[in-house]
Structures are given as structure tokens and as C-alpha cells.
Design a binder for this molecule. Structure first.
Ligand code: ADP
Length: 450
């Protein structure tokens, strides 16, 4: 039996103030493979542990197959967990390790057939009679998986199960896990901070930041239609180019996006998406360009939808099958807090007799109209999502390289050379000051029929 798992507005508060998970909602279908993805400390493991029953739920509801199960003992949930630091019993053979949960469940039943079948599935039949210390890292992790599978759980909960392995083995086991869980048809929730792993494994990827779910979509959609600048920056290698910009929309004449030293003219007639940018006139926005959205070519070779820009070559990164060209276009890169460094959120302190002055100021700042922002500060929380967040206003210098573009591996470019670029506007993202994607326009935008 495989389980449907639903979390409805689930929060976890540690101690009095650390809100590790904040109103997290997700419905996982039976047999689905969902990856929880985000930087270290964003609350992924806490969500997993709440599903497993290893952590109390502070607020909200956990439903297993539609039944409220907040307080169901872990044992009764019938789920199997696989951890990063898989613990096998060193004094037991691998056969005994795999059969251990079965013996625990039913000491009198002969489990040997189930153990053999599990080992065959994982390709470890020939090491069953050895001890864990006699195995390679990959084999040990397979035994750990075997122990999880042998009981035929109703769901797999995997917490960074491959992090301790080398890159080659990780790729190999990743493919095996995908195959195995698909064959078994068991609901799987998989935690990782590695976006490539998430993209290759998940039916859906749930991206988290600071305890808050940012987006849950298919891998294709989180890449192509990131809901906000955090998701855009977290997914994809090399990282998306994010530039601070201002929309220039004169009453007469062509609309353009001002990148600092250069402008991206928007082609006439304006697309419905670009028309929507008019209301951003004069406001600070963030332009997102993936490295494949621009190419090195002269304006004379522009295809429909491509506009010209130029850049100075800072350096080239040879990758074998391609090269990455780091360019200086005179733009100001946008800063995305929390991408690397964890920052647990503390719950706002409520005083008796209403909010204090500081709180009121924060609330006012959070309700701030995007147009009134001064300076190139990039903030990322939606105001309604987190009124208590504080930001470090960051005014990064114009760095040497602000745009990374992909080229063929044979392209030879001299450092310091000025090169013409063509930017494909069909692959241009625009985010507002809060980091929310506004172009391409979100599907759920009211009054928009696209
Ligand atoms: P992730 O799995 O994304 O790395 P975790 O879910 O482990 O993140 O942790 C989320 C946040 O909760 C972190 O800031 C972490 O320090 C905090 N946290 C986790 N466990 C505890 C605990 N037992 N007590 C207090 N804080 C905790």
C-alpha cells in the first residue's frame, strides 16, 4: 500500500522563537516522488521528520490517506527512512541488516526470501554474507536502502541519502533510486540541497527558503517559470544572471529596460507580457537572464525577438562540451539573500497591548508600495508572507563580470575584448522589487487571460 501525504499549513517552532517551518502546505499523491529542495537550514529535514512522526507538529495538520495523523506513532505510519549517515549494525552481516526490520515486525516468520528478493533488486546478492565494514560506500548505501525496502513501506522518506558519496557514485545511485521507487510505486519524499539531484529525481520539486515553501512544480516548470527570484537563482547551473534594472516607458517612443550603462529595447508591437511592464515605469526591477538566453553574435544576425547588447570579456571557463564567457556589461548584479547562508527566522515577539513602535515600522515597511523604494535594494520576501523579515540593504559595486553566457567549446575570446551580444527576449524574466516574477506574467494573475 502506498500513501497519500498531505500537510496543511504545518509549522514547527523550536523553543520559543525559532520558526523552522512556517505554514507549509503540500498534497502528495500516492506513488508520487516529491523532492524537498533548498539551502541548508531552510527546514527540509524538519518537514520530513514531521511526516515520519519523529518531530511534533506545532501548528497545522498532517493527513495520511486523508486521516488526520498528527499524533500517530511513527511505527504505525509504516514509513521507511533513509538518512545521509546510514547506520548499519556493524556486528551483523548485510543479510541480517536487511532482514532486521522484518524480524522486528514478526520474529517467527522466515524472512530469507524477502531479503534475497530485495538484494536482487539492488544488485547486492553477492555481498549478503559479508559485514558492512567489508563494503564500499555505494554498497553500504544499497544495504541501507535494502533495509528500508524489505519491509515494503507505505512511503520512503529519504534525507540526503547520497551526500556522503563521491560524485560518480551519486549519479549512479540517483538513477537507481529513481528506477527502484518507480518500480515499487511507493510515495517518496526526498530531501536534498542539490538542485541537479532534485531536478533529475522528482515528479515535483518543492523549493523552500527560510522555512517557507516558495514553489512546488514539475522540474521543468521550476526552471522555466520560477515563481520568484530565489527559485530562479537556486535552480540551474550556471546560476541565472540577475541584474538590477529600471523600466523606461516614455509616452512616445520605444519602451526599454535600463540596465545601467546599456538598455534593452522592447520590440514593437509589445507582447502582452511586455505591455504589463509599463506599470513598472521608473521602478527598480530585477532582470533574469539564463546563460542560454544570450549569445555572442553581431546585431546583423539577430533573429526575431533578439535585441543587441555588448560586453567586455572578463574571462572564459572551459567546460569541455561548452564554454562559459564571463562578461562585463556595466550592469549591477542583484543580491539574493539566503541562497547560501541559512538564516533561521525568529517569530515576531508579540507584546501585550498591541504592536510596539519597531513592529509597526516593520509592518509599514512590509506593506510598502514597490514604487517607493529608494536605492538599489533587492528584497525577496513577499510583504504579506513575512512582515518580520529584516534585510541588509546591499549596494554591490559594479563587479567585473555581471553576465555569464554559454558558447561552443571552440570559441576563442581575448580577455578585454568587446563582443556583441544578442539577448532573446522570449527568455527574459522580470521580477519586481520583492522578487516576485512579473514577466512572464504569472498564470494566476487576476484579470489576465493568457
Ligand atoms: P535543513 O534540513 O533544510 O538543512 P532543518 O530542518 O534541519 O534544515 O533545520 C531548520 C532550522 O531549524 C535550522 O535553522 C535549524 O538550526 C533549526 N533546528 C533544527 N532542529 C532543531 C532543534 N532540535 N532545536 C532547535 N532548532 C532546530
Amino acid at each position: 500500500m502506498t500513501r497519500a501525504i498531505s500537510l496543511h499549513s504545518v509549522s514547527k517552532v523550536y523553543g520559543r522563537a525559532t520558526r523552522a517551518v512556517d505554514r507549509f502546505s503540500l498534497d502528495i499523491d500516492p506513488g508520487e516522488f516529491v523532492v524537498l529542495l533548498g539551502p541548508s537550514g531552510c527546514g527540509k529535514s524538519t518537514v520530513l521528520r514531521m511526516i515520519a512522526g519523529l518531530e511534533d507538529i506545532t501548528e497545522g495538520e498532517l493527513l495520511l490517506d486523508g486521516e488526520r495523523s498528527n499524533h500517530m506513532p511513527p511505527r504505525e505510519r509504516g514509513m521507511a527512512m533513509v538518512f545521509q549517515n546510514f547506520a548499519l549494525y556493524p556486528s551483523m552481516t548485510n543479510r541480517d541488516n536487511i532482514g532486521f526490520p522484518l524480524r522486528l515486525e514478526n520474529p517467527r516468520q522466515d524472512s530469507s526470501e524477502r531479503v534475497e528478493a530485495t538484494a536482487r533488486m539492488l544488485g547486492i546478492e553477492n555481498v549478503l554474507d559479508r559485514y558492512p565494514s567489508q563494503l564500499s560506500g555505494g554498497e553500504r548505501q544499497r544495504v541501507a536502502m535494502g533495509r528500508a525496502i524489505s519491509r515494503r513501506p507505505s512511503a520512503f522518506l529519504m534525507d540526503e541519502p547520497l551526500s556522503n558519496l563521491d560524485a560518480k557514485l551519486r549519479n549512479h545511485l540517483r538513477a537507481e533510486i529513481a528506477q527502484l521507487t518507480a518500480d515499487l510505486g511507493v510515495t517518496t519524499v526526498y530531501v536534498t540541497h542539490d538542485q541537479a539531484e532534485a531536478m533529475s529525481l522528482g515528479d515535483r520539486v518543492a523549493v523552500m527558503r527560510g522555512g517557507v515553501l516558495q514553489q512546488v512544480s514539475s522540474p521543468r516548470e521550476v526552471y522555466a517559470l520560477p515563481r520568484n527570484v530565489f527559485v530562479a537563482a537556486f535552480i540551474g547551473t550556471p546560476r541565472i544572471n540577475l541584474l538590477q534594472a529600471v523600466v523606461y516607458a516614455p509616452l512616445q517612443g520605444r519602451m526599454s529596460i535600463d540596465l545601467g550603462r546599456q538598455r534593452l529595447p522592447l520590440p514593437e508591437p509589445l507582447s502582452p507580457d511586455h505591455q504589463l511592464l509599463r506599470i513598472q515605469q521608473g521602478r527598480q526591477i530585477i532582470v533574469g537572464l539564463r546563460s542560454e538566453a544570450a549569445r555572442i553574435a553581431p546585431a546583423s544576425q539577430a533573429r526575431p525577438g533578439e535585441v543587441a547588447l555588448s560586453g567586455i570579456v572578463e574571462h572564459m571557463e572551459y567546460q569541455g562540451h561548452e564554454a562559459l564567457v564571463h562578461l562585463n556589461t556595466g550592469s549591477r548584479p542583484a543580491v539574493v539573500p539566503d541562497l547560501e547562508s541559512p538564516r533561521p527566522r525568529t517569530a515576531p515577539r508579540r507584546r501585550r497591548g498591541g504592536p510596539g513602535v519597531l513592529e509597526r515600522l516593520r509592518e509599514r515597511a512590509a506593506a510598502h508600495v514597490p514604487g517607493h523604494v529608494s536605492g538599489p535594494v533587492v528584497v525577496l520576501d513577499e510583504p504579506e508572507a513575512d512582515a518580520s523579515a529584516t534585510y541588509t540593504p546591499d549596494r554591490p559595486a559594479i563587479t567585473a563580470s555581471d553576465l555569464v553566457v554559454r558558447t561552443g567549446p571552440d570559441m576563442r575570446l581575448r580577455t578585454g575584448a568587446q563582443v556583441p551580444l544578442l539577448v532573446d527576449l522570449a527568455h527574459l524574466y522580470v521580477f519586481d522589487h520583492y522578487g516576485r516574477r512579473i514577466c512572464p506574467a504569472p498564470m494566476d494573475m487576476p484579470g489576465l487571460d493568457m
